[in-house]
Design a protein around this ligand. Structure first.
Ligand code: UDP
Ligand code: MG
Length: 314
């Protein structure tokens, strides 16, 4: 292969505080060469601060940078998809966060693993910077996801990583709207490799992914990659129906054997009614999760709307 083109895809949402450092560290990486032609595709996901203006000013000075501006905030996954589409011609794409929690200095190692034959290279955290509830949430999600789906994602990997040309093309074959990148990356297959790194604190600013968003993202992950919640309902239904049947049989025999029916049992009745009502509502909720996703898929709306592209080959 002649000098390969490696494009970095970086979603940006209100990251004005970290952008100067991001530009500096990416500039240093690019200047190092590492036997690659570099592109940085920054996707402005409807930032409400001066992020887009900062990026535009920077790419006027450095033609290796490109900007895709979305018409509003579409969320991290949509911004990522917009970047992947823009970077499609590249030989390899590195996906990473803008906040420098994913250190750019690791990228040459990702590229080396790719050159070594891995079509998908995941950056795996030796350690996590998050603590407390967020940390517990991440751990719980990874455990659940691993149990529920046929395509477990490595517990310490996230978006940060590299995908080669064939994997990029495979990605563009995936038409779904609810996109959970690490899951899709596991689903498409190909030889893969992990490169270890220490996850950093964000360089500046606040996390832009709210806890609510992360929960929604986790649910997307589970519902798009597993039918197990539906199957569990079937099992619960079968179990309860069986208990009802056995109970009925028991009471009939009880009467036939000449025993009296007792008049007590109010508590039992209330508990049973509430329990069954609860199971049914949960069932409707789970069905609703799938139905809502089916509805989103059939609407066939685009994942994002591009307002403007600046820089790059267009
Ligand atoms: N981000 C985005 N759109 C959003 C929220 C976040 O493009 O609606 C970007 C953000 O700028 C950052 C990356 O997604 O580059 C990860 O966000 P954040 O650091 O807030 O998430 P966390 O590190 O907590 O997963
Ligand atoms: Mg972050």
């Amino acid at each position: 292969m002649s000098t390969p083109t490696v494009a970095l895809v970086i979603p940006v949402f209100n990251e004005a505080a970290v952008l100067p450092e991001l530009f500096a560290r990416l500039g240093a990486l690019f200047d190092g060469g590492h036997g690659c032609v570099w592109r940085a595709v920054l996707v402005d996901d409807g930032s409400r601060d001066e992020s887009a203006a900062l990026i535009r000013a920077h790419l006027a000075r450095d033609p290796r940078f490109e900007l895709v501006e979305l018409s509003r905030n579409f969320g991290f996954q949509a911004a990522l998809s917009a970047g992947l589409a823009q970077a499609r011609g590249a030989d390899a794409i590195v996906t990473m966060d803008a906040d420098l929690q994913d250190p750019p200095e690791l990228i040459p190692e990702l590229v080396a693993a790719w050159r070594g034959g891995a079509e998908i290279v995941r950056a795996a955290r030796r350690s996590r910077a998050e603590t407390g509830v967020r940390r517990a949430g991440f751990d719980l999600f990874h455990t659940l996801f691993g149990r529920l789906t046929d395509f477990p994602i490595e517990p310490n990997t996230g978006t940060f990583g590299l995908i080669g040309r064939d994997a990029i093309e495979a990605f563009h074959q995936l038409p779904e709207r609810h996109r959970f990148f690490p899951g899709l990356r596991a689903w498409i297959g190909f030889p893969s490799a992990d490169v270890l790194y220490d996850r950093q604190e964000r360089a500046a600013g606040q996390p832009q992914q709210t806890f609510r968003r992360l929960v929604r993202y986790a649910l997307d992950g589970v519902f798009s990659f597993s039918h197990l919640p539906l199957r569990m309902l079937t099992y619960a239904g079968l179990f309860i129906a069986f208990m009802g049947f056995a109970g009925g049989l028991f009471f009939i025999l009880w009467r036939l054997l000449g025993f009296e029916n007792s008049q007590q049992g109010f508590t039992t009745l209330v508990v049973l009614v509430l329990f069954l009502g609860g199971i049914q509502l949960i069932g409707i909720g789970v069905l609703g999760e799938y139905l809502g996703r089916i509805y989103d898929e059939v609407k066939q709306r685009p994942l994002y709307v591009v307002k403007r592209r600046t820089g790059g080959k267009q």
